[in-house]
Design a binder for this molecule. Structure first.
Ligand SMILES: [Zn+2]
Length: 391
């Protein structure tokens, strides 16, 4: 065991050695050795800093998959298409401009409430969602509003100020009844609740257009199934547009072809910089009738690519071949949230991950949490789809 004495002896010896080496260095003796030691120390410090990510802003780390959130400027509008924490296809779009936060849908399952809440909390710092839109009564769009016992849904995680949902539904499911119960509880706490039809008609305090920031508005569009009965619940979908100066971003939920036809007839649709692919890239949505009007530049598909959740027929699995063929006439900037790894085990991974479109009103950027690879360039696409018309 080292005594106090021997310790201090050692200390003073070390001091002496340092003094001696400094003296020697000053004299030019051992100068080479000192330089080598300094270079070694500097090298170790740089390597350590690199390993701990201290220089991430300077170097691109090839080995690291980006898991940190995409950073958006405070004066940017950002539209986020979320991964939902499971293998099931569903929709959740989060939109932020300044301190205004909007959520369109909260799929795909009740357990998605956690993934959505954790994601949104990275950007929404006051716990308030100014606008919440539920497009239609299917679980892959509303289950996350309800959540689970362990992790309550969006209506409980956030203060929701204005809730806009579908004027019509034929739903009788448990998840729909739970949705109504949770929504009404939020209304009892002070939230305003309107249907898309009330908004469109500027009735009962609802507005067709809500100003989100200077030159930025949320506009509720009209389509005939707000009032007419249909056999397809998807056609009851609430449709809305974000207008940011001369740029327009369109969200149609799971609206089907005949709904899209009505949307085109009833609105003077502009060219859209951004379009959330209709019905997860189904073959029955994103029809030419709509595409010809909006000529989209960026198309984001919320789905688990190649999952057999709805069909075993490969070409009809989201995003379907027919969807890819039609959209390829307009743009190749197509992004997809998730990818099925194993349909048996229901395992998934990121395709692009969380897709973040952002703009200050003039131009845009698309950044994704996993990678920015276009759909047509992905391995999955090359193995399962054809860009353009199949032979
Ligand atoms: Zn859906």
């Amino acid at each position: 065991m080292a005594t106090k004495k021997t310790k201090s002896k050692a200390k003073s010896a070390a001091k002496k050695a340092v003094k001696q080496s400094v003296r020697n260095a000053k004299k030019g003796k051992y100068g080479g050795i000192v330089a080598i030691v300094l270079v070694l120390i500097l090298g170790i410090a740089l390597f350590g800093g690199y390993q701990f990510g201290l220089f991430d802003g300077l170097f691109h780390r090839e080995d690291e998959k980006t898991t940190s959130p995409v950073v958006v400027d405070t004066d940017e509008l950002s539209v986020h298409f979320l991964e939902l924490g499971n293998w099931y296809t569903g929709d959740c779009t989060y939109i932020k401009i300044g301190t205004v936060d909007i959520l369109i849908d909260a799929g795909s399952r009740a357990s998605s409430a956690q993934a959505i809440t954790e994601y949104v909390n990275q950007y929404c710092t006051d716990g308030v969602l100014e606008y919440v839109i539920a497009t239609h009564a299917h679980q892959d769009h509303i289950a996350g509003f309800v959540g689970t016992k362990e992790f309550p849904g969006i209506f409980e995680q956030f203060e929701c100020e204005t809730i806009i949902d579908f004027p019509r539904t034929d739903a009788t499911s448990q998840v729909y009844r739970n949705y109504c119960e949770k929504r009404d509880a939020e209304v009892a706490k002070g939230a305003k609740h309107y249907t898309a039809l009330e908004c469109y008609e500027n009735k009962n305090g609802a507005q067709r257009k809500y100003t989100l920031a200077e030159g930025v508005e949320l506009e509720i569009l009209y389509q005939k199934f707000y009032e007419e009965k249909t056999s397809d619940e998807n056609n009851y979908s609430v449709c809305c547009m974000i207008n940011q100066g001369n740029q327009h971003y369109l969200f149609t939920g799971d609206l089907e072809g005949d709904g899209e036809e009505s949307l085109v007839q009833m609105n003077n649709l502009p060219h859209c910089t951004l379009f959330k692919a209709g019905h997860h890239g189904s073959r029955t949505s994103t029809t030419y009738a709509l595409l010809d009007e909006i000529t989209p530049e960026v198309v984001c598909v919320c789905c688990c690519a190649g999952s057999d959740e709805y069909t075993a027929t490969n070409k009809n699995q989201f995003p379907t071949q027919e969807f890819c063929t039609r959209v390829s006439d307009y743009t190749d900037k197509v992004y997809v949230t998730s990818l099925s790894l194993d349909n048996e085990k229901k395992e998934f991974t990121s395709m692009n991950g969380n897709i973040v479109f952002s703009s200050k009103g003039d131009g845009y950027t698309v950044r994704c949490s996993a990678n920015d690879t276009l759909l047509k360039d992905t391995e999955w696409f090359k193995e399962n789809r054809v860009w353009g018309e199949p032979e």
